[in-house]
Design a protein around this ligand. Structure first.
Ligand code: SF4
Length: 434
């Protein structure tokens, strides 16, 4: 790999998209480091590797723009090489090779060994999840499986990530121990479908057993669950959650919609009645559990009646945390055969209406926390505040706890008991409890 500049090569990895891409970039960086390569994350480097996202329109646009920006820098002689990997590359490689041929090489989501070879590094299997984390040192995303077997009509992920493959428990325990040794206290479990874990390897849903094993690891204090799926939910997870204080009373379960007509068209395999019952069972099993969900509005054929049904349900269920996205018409998905008949403006209007409703619900729920003390982890200092989270909040997507740094000093990466003194719709303000 000849580069123009005489400087020693420095590889700059740029990550776009979701926490699973962050994980993949960290694994790539761990492998490069183990091969003695100088590697940085989103800093200056003469060799750029862009880990792209290909999920929905906005994300694809951001990925293409990032590629074009770096091609311009290469043509201006600022950098020497541009390599592209990740979901967009997996999904559109032939088109990208034709439309942006200035990229030195494109790699798919399962081509880490080939990418490493091109960067004159070896793929070391024994490294197994050893990685260079890019998140604040106290937490790490922890991918327990890859791919997805579900048929959700709107989703392109199976096209980019393939079929579901669980990582063996013993490998995950080894990874987690190495993270704990490097100071990680919080594992954020991620997958395309967390609750499918083990069905391929152990012929049974084995998430509970994995949680038991991870909870034994010294140094790990919080274990958080993201991306659960509503059907076939392994309820034994709640036995572990109630027994093991390390398992956060938190569950992220994207539900996407609630109108039976839309759920059927989305091929979600559930109904309003079953979903409502499931959430009530969750709340009965773990009182005070923090439930996060994601919804899609503007799906093909979504009528005002369907939307009203969704809105009323959000009012009734009062999720602790909720995100809402507008439908993106993705080619080669089943929903792409339907007419994308809800105008973009109307999609946006519906999404804002849901988020306004959620802001009110979140404000009301937050008022109940004023005067109470919560064990929090401090992630960073930002301006005049230390920024932390309670057990009910995941990084980047949920609420934060702010402490006045002009009056108090807190250690980043440390747990501390904080007393909530004021609450906004999403953020909380606190002081150290005496
Ligand atoms: S479970 Fe999630 S990743 Fe899998 S197809 Fe459905 S939406 Fe996509």
């Amino acid at each position: 790999m000849r580069t123009k500049s005489t400087q020693t090569n420095k590889i700059n990895v740029i990550t776009l998209g979701c926490s699973k891409n962050i994980y993949d970039s960290e694994v790539l960086m761990g492998q490069l480091k183990a091969s003695g390569k100088e590697v940085v994350h989103e800093e200056e480097g003469n060799i750029v590797v862009i880990n792209t996202c290909g999920f929905i329109d906005n994300a694809k646009e951001e990925s293409v723009n990032t590629i074009l920006e770096n091609i311009q820098r290469k043509e201006a002689g600022e950098i020497d090489k541009v390599y592209v990997t990740g979901c967009l590359s997996e999904r559109y490689k032939p088109d990208l090779e034709k439309e942006i041929p200035q990229v030195d090489q494109y790699f798919g989501t399962t081509e880490l060994p080939q990418l490493l070879k091109t960067l004159e590094a070896d793929y070391k299997h024994e490294l197994l999840g050893e990685r260079v984390t890019t998140t604040p040192k106290n937490y790490a995303y922890f991918k327990i499986s890859e791919g997805c077997d579900r048929p959700c009509s709107f989703c392109a992920i199976p096209l980019m990530r393939g079929k579901h493959r669980s990582t063996p428990i013993e490998d995950l325990v080894k990874q987690a121990k190495s993270l704990a040794k490097n100071g990680v206290k919080e594992l954020i479990l991620i997958a395309q479908d967390l609750t499918y874990y083990g069905l391929d390897l152990y012929k049974k849903r084995n998430l509970a057993e994995l949680l038991e094993a991870l909870a034994q690891i010294e140094g790990i204090e919080w274990i958080r669950l993201h991306y659960a799926f509503p059907t076939g939910f392994p309820m034994d997870v709640f036995d572990v959650m109630t027994r093991e204080p390390k398992i956060c009373n938190y569950l992220d379960i994207p539900l996407q919609h609630i109108s039976d007509r839309i759920l059927k068209s989305m091929r979600r395999g559930t109904t309003q009645e079953k979903t409502t019952q499931l959430l009530n069972d969750f709340r009965a099993a773990v009182p005070g559990i923090s439930l996060r969900t994601s919804l899609i509005v503007g799906y093909p054929g979504e009528t005002l009646e369907d939307f009203e049904c969704l809105k009323n349900w959000v009012k009734e269920m009062r999720f602790e945390r909720l995100g809402c996205f507008t439908y993106s018409h993705e080619e080669n998905t089943h929903a792409h055969t339907l007419e994308d008949d809800v105008p973009e403006e109307e999609k946006q209007r519906r999404a804002s209406e849901i988020m306004e409703l959620q802001a009110q619900i979140s404000w009301e729920l937050n008022q109940e926390k004023v005067g109470k003390i919560f064990r929090c982890i401090i992630d960073r200092k930002e301006g005049n505040h230390f920024v932390g989270r309670t057990e009910m909040d995941s990084p980047d997507v949920d609420n934060e706890v702010l402490v006045d740094a002009t009056k108090y000093y807190l250690k980043q990466g440390e747990f501390v008991d904080l007393k909530i003194i004021e609450a906004a719709d999403f953020d909380l303000y606190a002081i150290p409890s005496a």
